[in-house]
Design a protein around this ligand. Sequence first.
Ligand SMILES: [Zn+2]
Length: 160
Amino acid sequence: MKIIINGIHANLRFSSAHMIPCHEFCGGIHGHSYHVDVKVEGERGGPFGFVVDFKTVKSIVRDLCKILDHKLLLPEKSKEIDFKSKGESLEFAIGDKEYKIPREDCYLLPLSSTSAEDMAEYFAEQLFQALLQEEADIKSVGICVNEGIGQGAYFEKTVE
Ligand SMILES: [Zn+2]
């Protein structure tokens, strides 16, 4: 069985800035009001016959959103971003564009890009790892990271 959580209604949201380096339209810093839809598939169990408690899943995903909220999201493993300093300010270059932004205004993600696709993989992996700590029999975790209403990337992480 699957439980499904709608990110808009369950308030799994964050507003952040990012850029897609070297992309014609998305290469400049811009923002999205993201929301994150969640599916968790598993066996029903425990005293209440839950797949996993909605509250547990929402709390984990909300915490992940909170970390990213009102930050400039930067992909630490980007091939296009040349990080020169990661001190109090993040100094980096993308081609001949140079940036210097206070560290506290940024969040570095262990990703090669902050596309919706990469963010969906990130959320799915983080949620999956967090749910391993719970006493639930989980088969898969599906995440849709929406860049506003009407477009998002969906990734499903399945137990091997
Ligand atoms: Zn964007």
